[in-house]
Design a protein around this ligand. Structure first.
Ligand code: F6P
Length: 364
């Protein structure tokens, strides 16, 4: 077994419940091998300004696996290979600062970077790997849209929170005979909407993989009356698109953010339903509630397994790989493969078929 390794770890992109569990497992598994672990603050930023790097010891990480967020901080802005940097005259210039990061990594005598992130952060990790940095990826995202792994940690917690919210909306919607449209996260994949919508007995689920026809949605809501149901719950993924239309955007990509901010589909759908059916309609956006707080037991365990597996992957010198869940095993896959395709909901999946069997409408 290699002795005395120095491992760096960062967390990048949007936070997800389970990040601290990965940090705990990485630190403890390394400690038991006689290795040292160093926490890099705020994604890759902490390898540019190296003042805040913290040595992670068992005392620092003990029992953090049950807590939400990340003790290392995170950001979904700023790619070191194309970083917006302010010039002296106040202008913004795009600069490649990756050489500086690699130089700092070598100066600090790190043997490997464990990058915990979604597709954006892991793509950066892969670019560093190609530049000569030994890297191991750990897949994180509530959206569950990363390839190479059956599931990412954070997803189960987000689905549980969304399901609980949907459960609660039934009683108020029923009491007022209202239609309530609830928008959930997930970017361009419908995993959160689908799983929480089915579990929460939604009447309509709108996902990016199935562009919806608003008239079909309205027809379904009206037809529920024949069964004596005078209210409806519609779960809309933030990336759901009307047939022939475009995704609804709250904010464009700016200030180093590589993707647009999706948002507004629930309000759009609610207004259309009100207009076309005359029903009293409300909308709400669950937003960051889905990312906050403690991880579920499933996510906690998965994140602990991923963290420990990342250390074993270093031992096996599997640099350029990502740990992944292929039940019942946690294995490794090349980062290149994991990043090559976004994981969308397969239209022939038994979950979609189950929803249709249950009478849930997808607006198609
Ligand atoms: O990727 C995770 C995610 O929560 C998406 O579901 C959502 O579109 C996005 O991040 C929101 O980003 P922000 O935290 O910048 O609002």
């Amino acid at each position: 077994m290699p002795k005395g390794l120095r491992i760096a770890i960062n967390t990048g992109g949007g936070d997800a419940p389970g990040l601290n569990a990965v940090i705990e497992a990485v630190t403890m598994s390394a400690y038991h091998r006689g290795w040292e672990v160093f926490g890099i603050k705020n994604g890759y930023q902490g390898l540019l300004d190296t003042d805040e790097i913290i040595r992670l010891t068992p005392e620092k990480v003990r029992n953090i696996s049950s807590t939400g967020g990340t003790i290392l901080g995170t950001t979904n802005r700023g790619n070191p290979f194309a970083m917006p940097v302010k010039t002296i005259d106040g202008q913004v210039e795009i600069k490649d600062v990756s050489d500086k990061i690699l130089e700092n990594f070598k100066r600090l005598k790190f043997d490997c970077l464990i990058a915990v992130g979604g597709d954006g952060s892991l793509k950066i990790a892969y670019d560093f790997f190609k530049k000569g940095m030994p890297v191991i990826g750990v897949p994180k995202t509530i959206d569950n849209d990363l390839g190479g792994t059956v599931i990412t940690f954070g997803f189960d917690t987000a689905v549980s929170i969304a399901t609980e919210a949907i459960d609660r909306l039934h009683s108020t919607a029923r009491s007022h005979e209202r239609v309530i449209v609830v928008e959930v996260m997930g970017r361009r994949a419908g995993w959160i909407a689908l799983n929480s919508g089915i579990s929460g007995n939604a009447h309509v689920i709108l996902i990016p993989e199935i562009p919806f026809n608003i008239d079909k949605v309205c027809e379904h809501i009206t037809s529920l009356e024949l069964e004596g149901i005078k209210y409806a719950i519609v779960v809309a993924a933030e990336g759901a698109v009307p047939q022939g239309g475009k995704e609804i955007i709250k904010e464009g990509a700016k200030d180093g953010r590589q993707d647009v901010v999706l948002g507004g589909v629930a309000e759009y759908v609610a207004k259309e339903i009100a207009k076309k059916t005359g029903k009293d309609t409300r909308s709400l956006v669950l937003g960051h509630l889905q990312r906050g707080g403690s991880p579920t037991t499933f996510d906690r365990l998965l994140a602990l397994r991923f963290g420990a597996a990342a250390i074993r992957a270093i031992e096996n010198r599997q640099f350029g790989h990502m740990v992944a869940l292929h039940p019942p095993l946690v294995t490794t896959v090349p980062l290149e493969d994991a990043l090559s395709t976004m994981k969308k909901v397969p239209l022939d999946s038994d979950t979609i078929i189950t929803a249709r069997d249950l009478g849930i409408c997808f607006g198609d």
